[in-house]
Design a protein around this ligand. Structure first.
Ligand SMILES: *Cc1c(COP(=O)(O)O)cnc(C)c1O
Length: 412
């Protein structure tokens, strides 16, 4: 008997301890963790610099709320803007990815009031993409381009429309007077690991400039080193200039924190975009607490100091090379960017029990064999190891994937 609302179909394991890339269950069995709490534990489990930062800040000041100045917030915002985004702007701290996206959506609506349609009525429509995932709040599910997250939660909010990903013609044709923003994941995570093409990102930017729309990037899963460059978009198009970005997941290394950034670029030739979210426009009780910011500062510092970007790129190349070399009958392709990797499955050739989704079945079998790795949609296995995963851990994990796939080949 459980008193937890049954919103999750959980794998049959209880994890109680973790160290680096390994976790242990309550029976003492060890696993390699290539799930990382869904791209959250960027430095692996209980990394010393994060543990130390949390301990120290917890003993000093855990929470004080946003009615007062919080130096850790100032420092984290400064490093995010100056060292990582490197485009002038301002940051708001939240507690999760969905909240960060809600912040971006609210900002877009403010912009729609500041830059209305020719008849004076505000612009409000946010265009996003099929297979996208933007979180489970009401704003998040409405922005998300997947029917399954909306089932039973209608009436839907007005002002959202979804288009085919990486299809510039469809997007060009869809823009209308009420459109205010385009929201996209540079690498779709939950929706199957789909990378935006450089042509698409550049085309979206050109459309935003032409039609006075905001270019909003959801880097909740892809950001802060998961894809190589801390800004995932920069790994695809170095010169892109987004208007807003959301983050969460990896930036706290496991401590809940999210953020969104708005550009300081001028609208109407005088007001910075970031000034639209002024006093009273938005808020949060917990967001950006001294403890959360201290944790995130430790994570971002560690990613930079240890040059984990280099490791991400090297391990990504290793994974792609090894998986391709198998020429495995169940593997259609390796997709992704950095350590946000999707292995496409040929589900027709796979033995899957009645009523089970192939990728979930594979994840369950990998778990039995000592590897945690989540699905991404019905026919993709996702690999999300910590950014500091070692070459030998990658080899070990891939060997489990290969031998497990072998057992799932259906006999002709
Ligand atoms: C996980 C995720 C979210 C939602 O984040 P939560 O912290 O679960 O609210 C939003 N967007 C993307 C791209 C995600 O991967």
């Amino acid at each position: 008997m459980s008193y937890i609302l049954p919103t999750y179909g959980r794998f049959p394991v209880t994890l109680v301890h973790g160290e680096g890339t390994r976790v242990w269950d309550d029976q003492g069995k060890a696993y390699l963790d290539f799930c990382s709490g869904i791209a959250v534990c960027a430095l692996g489990h209980s990394p010393q610099p994060l543990v130390d930062a949390i301990r120290k800040q917890a003993a000093t000041l855990i929470h004080c709320c946003n009615l007062y100045h919080i130096p850790q917030q100032e420092e984290l915002a400064r490093t995010i803007v100056e060292d990582h985004v490197r485009i002038p702007g301002k940051v708001f701290f939240s507690n999760s990815g969905a909240e960060s996206n809600d912040g971006l959506i609210k900002s877009a609506r403010k912009f729609g009031h500041a830059r209305p349609q020719p008849d004076g009525s505000p612009k409000y429509e946010v265009l996003s993409f099929n297979q996208s995932f933007h979180g489970r709040t009401l704003g998040g599910i409405n922005a998300t381009g997947q029917q399954k997250v909306k089932e039973g939660f209608d009436p839907l909010l007005p002002g959202f429309r979804h288009l085919p990903f990486n299809d510039l013609n469809a997007l060009t044709a869809a823009i209308r007077p009420e459109t205010v923003a385009i929201l996209l994941e540079p690498v779709q995570g939950e929706g199957g690991v789909n990378v935006a093409t450089p042509e698409f990102l550049l085309g979206v930017q050109a459309l935003c400039e032409k039609h006075d729309l905001l270019l909003l990037l959801d880097e909740v899963q892809a950001g802060f080193g998961r894809c190589g460059d801390p800004m995932a978009w920069r790994e695809i198009v170095p010169g892109l200039e987004p208007d807003g970005i959301s983050w969460a997941k990896g930036m706290g290394g496991g401590f809940p924190i999210g953020a969104f950034w708005l550009s300081d670029r001028l609208i109407d030739g005088e007001k910075p975009l970031s000034s639209l979210m002024g006093p009273g426009s938005h808020g949060t009780t917990y967001g950006g607490s001294p403890l959360a910011c201290a944790a995130s500062l430790a994570v971002l510092r560690e990613i930079a100091d240890r040059k984990l970007i280099d490791n991400v790129r090297a391990r990504a190349a290793q994974i792609s090379e090894v998986v391709v070399s198998w020429q495995h009958p169940l593997v259609t392709e390796v997709r992704g960017l950095g350590l946000l990797i999707g292995i496409g499955l040929d589900v027709e050739k796979m033995t899957v029990p009645e009523g089970k989704l192939p990728a979930i079945h594979l994840s369950a079998k990998l778990l039995e064999n000592g590897l945690l790795a989540p699905p991404a949609g019905p026919a993709t296995l996702r690999l999300l190891p910590p950014l500091n995963v070692s070459e030998s851990e990658v080899s070990e994990a891939l060997e489990i994937v290969r031998t497990t796939l072998d057992t799932l080949i259906s006999q002709p």
